[in-house]
Write a protein that binds this ligand. Structure first.
Ligand code: NI
Length: 248
């Protein structure tokens, strides 16, 4: 059930049977020579939609821009500052809370969002905690990284081993190829395995990782691997979301 394809009456009825919603969140940032700029938003979006169909739950519109300042050295990357993303997530959660939603499950596709999302959730809770009014919401937020789900991690290790790396990974690129087979690109990687290490601002990142990848060889990506990862992710995320709905 996709929120943006529902009427308000349908959402009103949905709230009579569930107070849960999945919010896919990603980033718009370079993903190396063969990865799509939308990778981090596409992955959680397709998984969330799959989970939504499997267990008949509501999926909110994807928040497709995240905190990706370190990718701004590459054309096409678009980022919020941490403070902007905190404000965006807070407003989204409080809009949903106003309607009576109590469980917001953020399915995230971008490691760079994690610290900022945790801070945004704390802002939401702080508003309740500091408020003396009786109108406090019962909102609970959970952050879940699809690529950290146990079945997904196991499969990524099996399929790609040490070529997985940490940015522009063959796993995430595979998943986008499965979702958008017309967007598959064939590019030779040089060097085969990208360098690894820490990064700071955008210029530092680009000088350290010239083609955008970190530690990965995404030329191993395939539609078939993407299908397997998709199926594993749906299982893991559906289970985790159902557990979260039990939180009081
Ligand atoms: Ni990514």
């Amino acid at each position: 059930m996709l929120l943006h394809l529902c009427t308000w009456q349908e959402i009103e009825r949905y709230l009579e049977r569930s107070k849960g919603v999945i919010v896919p969140i990603g980033s718009t940032e370079q993903h190396g020579p063969n990865g799509l700029i939308g990778t981090d938003a596409i992955c959680p979006e397709v998984i969330a939609r799959g989970v939504g169909e499997k267990i008949d739950t509501l999926v909110a519109p994807t928040l497709s821009i995240g905190m990706a300042q370190h990718h701004l050295g590459f054309p096409g990357s678009v980022s919020f500052r941490p403070s902007t993303l905190i404000a965006v997530v807070r407003d989204v959660v409080q809009s949903l809370a106003r309607h009576g939603f109590e469980h917001c499950y953020f399915l995230n596709g971008h490691g760079g969002n994690i610290a900022t999302l945790s801070a945004a959730f704390s802002e939401v809770y702080a508003e309740n905690s500091f408020s003396g009014s009786k109108n406090r919401s019962r909102i609970r937020c959970k952050l879940s990284q699809w690529y950290m789900a146990p079945g997904v991690k196991r499969l990524s290790a099996e399929l790609f081993g040490s070529s997985e790396g940490s940015h522009a990974t063959p796993s995430e690129v595979s998943l986008t190829y499965f979702a958008y087979p017309d967007a598959v690109k064939s590019v030779t990687m040089s060097p085969k395995l990208a360098p690894t290490g820490a990064f700071y601002d955008a210029d530092h990142y680009r000088s350290r990782f010239p083609d955008g990848r970190i530690g990965s060889d995404p030329s191993l990506a395939s539609i078939d691997a993407g299908r397997q990862l998709y199926e594993a992710a749906i299982e893991d995320v559906a289970r985790d979301y159902k557990e979260f709905l039990k939180v009081s």
